[in-house]
Design a protein around this ligand. Structure first.
Ligand SMILES: [Mn+2]
Length: 500
């Protein structure tokens, strides 16, 4: 056993000073008032390769007495950083803004590869320090403000979860949890999670039933419901009247993309869509967070904060809900969505997730995609395709997803007709075009349309035309003026004229 002599910080500093500019050091601290001192204390947990510069002789002596490595230097002096070991990271933390700015400039010139973190004393010096090349500028007032807001948000979100729990705990009987029309994994998984919370809160006195209208069309969604063995019931007036309480998940009010009438009384609304015009003053519990990527994220937060055990089925459903609504974390995603997805991941069943993601494509969807490819018409990067009559409306967006990938296509618009409506689906990767706005304008007064810059959809209800037997013929009759409108909006008509 060899006994090494104890090395103090002071002797280490003397070594560093001796090696002069040829030595190296991890952290250089310029200015050691209370901020600097706290940073040094924090860094010491990791390493003692720290050198402190300060203009105050007494302070430096105190630091040396405490066995820190410290040197007296005037930070405004252009020679402030001469004859020092080369630092990896430089903290500029004095409370003198001129000194901080001067030493940032010196450091940038002398040690261009070092990371430079500087403290601003006001918003003006923040901009100056950034302009002088500091990699990170901290303005303490701003840091405190952000932290304060973040903390209070966390506190209030855990209060929201508590409030929901208390409310559900006070109920008994049956709660109808209403998923939106043609329910997607976000609304279904959110409904499952709410049922779990209700069961836990009420000790089983409140029984939940998940209700929906429309169809579960997309094969992935069908695989999702089947593989996870999710119990859902088609909504009927009898079922509705058997419910003592009603909750809406993933839609912002009664009649907004769900089977309820606009004036229906609901007790709970949890959603992440932009708030509709619905008056929520009479609703017992409302949590609408338009910033969130998925309602499933909000539900995961409740489960996490209420410390309710999440079983494999619910965890798998919620994770899939978040993934589906954010298109695999690529759309409308927030750091919170990632956070909750990470919380769920270890609780999920990977095999089931894999099976949901790669379901067998149905015969009809294949046929629809086939006819879209055959029928396609491409003009200046715009693809239009008529897929004719279909029973499964979800085949239209799937065809659009595929056809946008064809070479030479920047915008794809696919349309078809079902027994009850004409369906449009648009996909776009031309940054000059906002396909959601294009469809909105084209369908003004004739149907419902909307979406994002890159994906959008539109529906024209057939109302009394739904009686017409030959749907494809009906589509041919109706479609031309609509296509003309779209061509005009995106400027394709002008282009055609120019070509003549
Ligand atoms: Mn959603």
């Amino acid at each position: 056993m060899v006994n090494y002599p104890e090395r103090s910080h002071k002797t280490a500093m003397a070594d560093a000073a001796q090696t002069g500019s040829s030595g190296k050091i991890k952290y250089l601290i310029c200015g050691c008032g209370s901020t600097g001192y706290n940073v040094v204390e924090e860094l010491l947990k990791e390493t003692d390769s720290i050198l402190i510069l300060d203009k105050d002789e007494k302070r430096v002596q105190d630091l040396l007495d405490q066995k820190y490595q410290a040197i007296v230097r005037e930070l405004k002096d252009p020679a402030a950083l001469d004859e020092l070991p080369v630092p990896e990271v430089i903290f500029v933390l004095s409370n003198d803004k001129d000194a901080n700015l001067a030493v940032v400039r010196t450091a940038k010139a002398k040690y261009p590869s070092a990371h430079l973190i500087a403290r601003a004393t006001d918003p003006v010096s923040k901009n100056q320090l950034e302009a002088a090349g500091a990699d990170v500028v901290l303005y303490p007032q701003e840091v405190i403000a952000k932290t304060a807001v973040l903390r209070i948000r966390r506190l209030s979100s855990s209060r929201i979860a508590r409030r929901l729990y208390t409310l559900l705990g006070s109920w008994e009987g049956t709660m109808g949890i209403i998923a939106h029309t043609n329910p997607d994994p976000d609304s279904v998984s959110s409904a499952m999670a709410l049922a779990v919370i209700a069961h836990d809160a009420s000790g089983g006195k409140l029984v939940s039933r998940i209700l929906y209208d429309g169809t579960i069309g997309h094969q992935e969604n069908r695989a999702f419901v089947n593989l996870l063995d999710i119990k859902m019931e088609q909504i009927t007036p009898e079922l509705l009247s058997a419910c003592d309480h009603l909750a809406l998940v993933d839609s912002s009010g009664p009649g907004v993309n769900n089977a309820l009438g606009k004036d229906a009384r609901v007790n709970i609304i949890i959603d992440h869509h932009k708030n509709g015009t619905h008056d929520t003053s009479k609703v017992d519990f409302v949590d609408i967070r338009p910033g969130m990527g998925a309602t499933a994220s909000i539900m995961t937060q409740y489960l996490q904060e209420l410390d309710i055990p999440v079983d494999t089925k619910v965890a798998t459903a919620l994770l899939y809900g978040i993934r589906a609504d954010t298109r695999d974390f690529r759309r409308n995603i927030t750091p919170q969505d990632f956070n909750y997805a990470a919380f769920l991941l270890p609780l999920t069943d990977r095999d089931i997730l894999d099976k949901i993601m790669s379901p067998a494509v149905s015969q009809e969807t294949l046929e629809v995609i086939g006819s879209a490819i055959q029928d396609r018409e491409v003009v200046s990067g715009y693809l239009f395709a008529n897929v004719g009559y279909l029973r499964n409306r979800d085949a239209v967006p799937q065809a659009a997803d595929l056809l946008i990938n064809l070479e030479g296509v920047n915008t794809a618009i696919i349309y078809g007709i079902t027994d009850t409506s004409i369906i449009f689906s648009g996909r776009n990767r031309d940054i000059r075009i906002h396909i959601g706005k294009v469809l909105e304008e084209a369908f003004k007064g004739i149907g419902e349309a909307g979406g994002h810059a890159t994906m959008a959809a539109a529906v024209i209800p057939l109302t009394y035309f739904s009686m017409v037997k030959d749907k494809e013929e009906l589509l041919d009759l109706i479609i031309e003026p609509i296509l003309k409108r779209i061509r005009r909006i995106v400027g394709l008509e002008d282009e055609a004229k120019h070509e003549v």
